[in-house]
Structure formats: C-alpha cells, structure tokens
Design a protein around this ligand. Structure first.
Ligand SMILES: Cc1ncc(COP(=O)(O)O)c(C=O)c1O
Length: 402
C-alpha cells in the first residue's frame, strides 16, 4: 500500500506545478514565442476549431503553451478550478466584470479602489447600463444595505489601494451568496501566498501580475481565477474576442518569478513591518496604516485572513502635500514611483498620481489626504530602509514646523 501524502504546499506548487515539458525535457519552462500553430491536416484544424481549443492550441490570442503553464500554476496555487491570463491587471479586472455582467445589472463595491478600477465601475460600466453603489468597505452593514434585487456582483480590493483598509472577505462572501451575486476580489495587494479569497468564499479573484508576481518591475500581466464553468463560459469568450492576451514572453517571466514569490513576499513584509514600527509615533508622521501593526484597528482581521500584513503601508505625513513631497525628496534608498510589489522600495503620492483624477472631496471620502503616501517595501536591508524613512520623516517634520 502506498503511503498517503499531504497535498503539496504553495511554495512547492509555485516551483513545480504545471511544468509541461517538451520532448527535450528542459528544466526551465519552455518559451513558446509563437502566434499560431500548424496542423498535420485540415481535418485536425477543423476538429480543434470545433472543440474551441480544448483539444490543442489554435492561436495565441486565446491559448499558448507557456501562458497555459502560468495559468495552471496560478490555479494550483490559489486552489482555483481554472484561470485565464491577461496582458495587464486592468484587463483582468475588466474581464471579470464585463464577462459576466449585462445591462440592468447592479454592482456593490468598496469605495476605496485603485483609480482605474474605480473608473471601470463608475465611468465605463454605466455606458452599458450597469450601475455601481460604492460603500465603506470596512462596514459590513453598509454592504448589506446596498444590495438590491438586481445586484449581480460584489467587487472589492483587500487591502484596498491606497489606504490599506481590509475588507472582511468571509462576511462579504456570505452577503454575496444570500444575494445570489458573484464576489469578485482584486487581490493585487493581498498577494497569492498571503491571502486566499477563494478559500474565504469569493467566486472570482483577479491579480495584477505586474506587482508581486513579476516582483522585479519588468512585465505587465494579469490573471482571472474561478470555477471552470465561470472561466470557460464568462471569461474565455470575452478574452478570445476582445483580445487582451498575455504575451508568452511575459508569461515565461511570470513563471520564473513565481518560483521566488513566497521568499520575496516574506522578506518584503518583514521590511514593511520594520518600516511601520519605526515610523509609528516618529516626528513628521501623523499616522501609519498597516494591518500588520499590533496597534492597527484591523490587526485581528489581518490575522484571520492574511498570513502577514503585506508589503505595502500608507503614511499620513505632517504638513500635507508639502510635508509629503519633502519626505519624497529626502529619500535616498526608496524611489519615487507609482508601482508596488517590486524588489525596489517605492513611494507614491496618491493624491497627485494614481488618484489625481478625483476631486479633493472624493479623495477625502476615501481617506486619501494631501499628506498621504503609499510605501511599498522592497528587498533591501531593513536597517537601510528604516534609516532612509526616518531621515525623510525628519525632513517632513521640519517642513511642517516651518
Ligand atoms: C488594486 C489594483 N488592481 C489593478 C491594478 C492594475 O494593474 P496593471 O497595472 O497590471 O494593469 C492595480 C495597479 O496598480 C492595482 O493597484
């Protein structure tokens, strides 16, 4: 009798899952940089088109062996039945909403979102007769109250970009189930290996693979994960016919990056915590928002639904925009950028970049002040990062005092 083995853990799956080797037996996944495929005869071509690609590849806009390895590996990591990759995180979010929704449907969404996610819900979907009610994501009663008979989807980011507010995913999944709506979670800041929305009851998860999955600032990419039926019936036709495909080269980079994802994210999260602890109460810093901090009002929820506090924190710097810009000018190790999840530590001023298209009142309602910064911790030595941010906080304090 063979001994029963426990299921493979995420670190192992991230290295080995879905390594479909060519007859050459390569160790590194093969890069199939091809647009199309040739068939032994027209009968085979006819059969593959009839089977909609299920019996072999047809065209790389909707299926490619390297991209498929990335999709299958991600599905294994997340415990999803199926996944489809896209050319960017926004293509994944758009597909997860446009694929299943139709005119007359209603969406309930957390109000704090990445600027482009909010644009899709507030500006693009209404053109097709799909409306959204935005609620305070931290208040389950507000989600429940916003549900209507025509609510077909609930959308959230947790942590939300850029405030790092967490949403209680299991509770919102219960509300979605009662409403007969699908729960779509954009887990760009939650990260595979840190938070698993499907295990908490979500139906669909999207990622910007541009962030931690690549993790080294090279390629754009995205992915939608869910049940086989949802992916095949709602997502695949949308992607096949509108065409936001992930390039095989980018899929290959993402596959290699998945191998180091958990190591990178663990170290980045330790660095984020070190920065958060150093800046809490420091001169020039009014508030540190990081769910991994024991003092965070969301620390208990963080412990329930995440393995750590994540790699990104939000800071409210004294002196408003002038203080925040002085903080940015004084940094030497941390770079000013609008990305996150990178090996390099990066800082962003959301009010003038990712969320600049909102009015000051709309930003204030989302908790995004003029002095707020989003800081993504990288892989540098923690003491170098702490020294850098403390120096920057002193610069902000001097500006605020003057
Ligand atoms: C929460 C969230 N979702 C989606 C995206 C979009 O990702 P991409 O830039 O890969 O399109 C971002 C980008 O910052 C994001 O922060």
């Amino acid at each position: 009798m063979t001994a029963q083995r426990p299921p493979l853990r995420p670190e192992t799956l991230a290295v080995h899952a879905a390594s479909h080797r060519s007859p050459f037996g390569e160790t590194s996944e093969a890069l199939f940089l091809t647009q199309g495929f040739v068939y032994p005869d027209m009968e085979t071509a006819e059969a593959r088109f009839k089977a909609k690609g299920a019996q072999g590849f047809v065209y790389s806009r909707f299926g490619n062996p390297t991209v498929a390895m990335f999709e299958e590996r991600m599905a294994a990591l997340e415990g999803a039945e199926a996944a489809r990759a896209t050319g960017s995180g926004m293509a994944a979010v758009a597909a997860a909403l446009m694929g299943p929704l139709k005119t007359g449907d209603h969406v309930v969404s957390g109000s704090v979102l990445f600027g482009s996610c909010r644009f899709v819900l507030a500006e693009i979907l209404p053109k097709f007769g799909i409306t959204t009610t935005f609620v305070d994501g931290t208040d389950p009663a507000a989600w429940r109250a916003a549900v209507r008979p025509e609510t077909a989807a609930i959308f959230l980011e947790s942590p939300a970009n850029p405030t790092m507010d967490l949403v209680d995913i299991a509770t919102i999944a219960g509300i979605a189930r009662e409403a007969g709506a699908i729960l779509v979670v954009d887990n760009a800041l939650g990260i595979p290996t840190v938070s698993n929305p499907l295990a908490l009851g979500a139906d669909v998860v999207t990622y910007s693979a541009t962030k931690h999955i690549d993790g080294q600032g090279r390629c754009l990419g995205g992915i939608v994960l869910g049940s086989k039926a949802f992916i095949e019936e709602r997502i695949q036709p949308w992607l096949r016919h509108t065409g936001p495909a992930l390039s095989p080269f980018n899929a290959w980079v993402m596959l290699k990056s998945l191998e180091t994802l958990s190591l990178r994210v663990c170290r980045q999260a330790e660095n984020a915590l070190a920065i958060a602890e150093a800046l809490e109460g420091a001169p020039g810093i009014e508030r540190v928002r990081y769910p991994g901090l024991r003092s965070s009002p969301q620390h208990d929820l963080c412990r329930r639904q995440m393995t750590c506090g994540g790699t990104v924190l939000a800071l409210d710097v004294a002196g408003g925009k002038r203080g925040a810009f002085a903080f940015g000018r004084a940094l030497e190790v941390v770079k000013v950028s609008n990305n996150f999840g990178d090996a390099k530590s990066l800082v962003t001023h959301p009010a003038t970049t990712t969320h600049e298209r909102f009015t000051p009142q709309e930003r204030a309602a989302m908790g995004i002040g003029e002095g707020m910064l989003r800081l993504s911790a990288g892989l540098e030595h923690p003491e170098d990062l702490v020294a850098d941010v403390l120096n920057a906080a002193r610069a902000a304090a001097a500006v605020a005092a003057g």
